[in-house]
Ligand binder design. Structure first.
Ligand code: NAP
Length: 405
């Protein structure tokens, strides 16, 4: 009988038949969700010989929710995701004039999913624009709740913008052109430390050798610069025995990384874009404020074949939603055409999160085998010579056929 995932102490307790919530998504969402669910269920059944099985619980969001309930993101959905702790979702349409800025942003805010996590690695056979995509094995932790994304902004010419400009001039002596729009960039110690902590925990658990804080602290001293400072403080406070700074690496250890310790370093945002391209093997886990992470995630994903294959998750302390990183691609809806890779790899992250790592590994291997054999969906087929274009469902069936026995 199915049971709920719970939190015991500081850990997830996952039964063999856990309930997991899913949002199928809009546009091409149902196509990629059907394929993803098929691959997960077949893999789990095969690997655990019936000893484990996921009990999927549908929760509504997006167009399907709006049609059925008149709401884009019903309270019931939020309540159930909290209750089941782990969820997976397809892409959602951003309603135009629906009173909600973005469903994805609402989900993150209402469930306090403060970490956007994007693993980036190359899968054999996937076309890449760089010479050595195999050298890329990074996980980007992007802060999800603050920075210029906090949504505190006022239009040029508005009363509010004028008030702020006047205040800054009169009270703080800062002069700003009258015809300026104003945006506020808050970054707190609490939110900076909790994202750096999550990134370090991930690095320790998954054998990464370094965590790099990417920031623009040379210019934005009291936001991005403080992010860097708080990150180093957090490492000293919470991980004194297993994290060393790059300075300590050189000063105390002659540049040789001691066994069992990870190095916490920082790089300025602009140089970071060069480094991930020129010396990718120097990076493992990367942790960034919101805006830097937004840019960097897509840029690094492009190095390994683009957004169609990029998995992601939004995570809080325990509640986590795993999701395709691309949008709904509405022009391909119901055509059984698009690549389910992004959602499928997000499902692999989910399996790892619940401790079923061998299922995740099996799917990734089978997917790599399928792509390497040239059997791919349209997006990869148009970049690969001598490939065979498959429909979404056929691609999923081929992955299942390629699962190791
Ligand atoms: P999009 O849906 O990501 O599609 C842009 C292009 O990316 C598609 O036309 C297609 O390229 C390619 N693509 C996307 N998904 C693919 C897949 N699974 N397999 C292969 N190729 C894929 O971006 P958009 O057109 O800007 O946005 C459409 C809607 O999605 C909007 O309502 C937007 O708000 C929403 N959105 C949702 C999320 C989310 O839920 N996380 C994220 C982004 C956007 P080709 O045309 O070259 O074939």
């Amino acid at each position: 009988m199915a049971e709920k995932i719970t939190v015991i102490g500081n850990k997830l307790a996952v039964p063999d038949n856990p309930f997991i919530a899913f949002i199928e998504g809009d546009g091409t969402g149902p196509d990629i969700w059907k394929a993803t669910r098929f691959v997960i269920d077949e893999t789990v059944a095969k690997l655990y010989s019936g000893g484990r099985k996921i009990e999927w619980v549908e929760v509504l969001a997006g167009e399907k929710a709006y049609k059925k309930t008149g709401e884009w993101l019903p309270e019931e959905t939020l309540r159930k995701i909290k209750e089941y702790i782990v969820a997976i979702k397809g892409p959602l349409t951003t309603p135009v004039g629906g009173g909600i800025r973005s469903l994805n942003v609402s989900l993150r805010q209402k469930l306090d999913l403060f970490a956007c996590v994007r693993p980036v690695r190359h899968y054999k056979g996937v076309p890449s624009p760089v010479k050595e995509p195999d050298k890329i094995n990074m996980v980007i932790f992007r802060e999800n709740t603050e920075d210029v994304y906090a949504g505190i902004e006022w239009q040029e010419g508005s009363q509010e913008a004028k008030k702020v400009i006047d205040f800054l001039k009169a009270q703080l002596g800062s002069s700003i052109r009258e015809d300026s729009g104003i945006g506020i960039k808050p970054m707190s110690e609490f939110c900076s430390k909790r994202i750096v902590k999550k990134a370090i925990e991930h690095a320790l658990k998954n054998g990464f050798k370094s965590v790099t804080m990417m920031h623009k602290g040379n210019i934005q001293k009291f936001t991005e610069g403080a992010f860097r400072k708080w990150g180093y403080e957090l490492a000293k406070e919470d991980f004194p025995d297993c994290v060393i700074s790059e300075d300590e690496l050189w000063e105390k250890h002659g540049g040789k990384q001691p066994e069992g310790k990870i190095v916490l370093k920082d790089r300025i945002a602009d140089i970071m874009f060069q480094l991930v391209l020129l010396r990718p093997s120097e990076f493992g886990v990367i942790v960034t404020p919101n805006l830097n992470g937004d840019y960097l995630s897509d840029a690094v994903a492009a190095q390994v074949g683009g957004i169609g294959m990029a998995p992601g998750a939004n995570m809080g302390d325990f509640v986590a939603i795993f999701e395709a990183t691309h949008g709904t691609a509405p022009k391909y809806a119901n055509q059984d055409k698009v690549n389910p890779g992004s959602l499928l790899l997000s499902a692999c992250m989910m399996l790892e999160y619940i401790g079923w790592s061998e299922a995740s590994e099996s799917i990734k291997k089978a997917m790599e085998k399928t792509i390497s054999s040239g059997k791919v969906t349209y997006d990869l087929a148009r970049q690969l010579k001598n490939s065979v274009e498959l429909k979404t469902t056929r691609f999923a069936e081929e992955i299942v056929r390629n699962l190791d026995s």
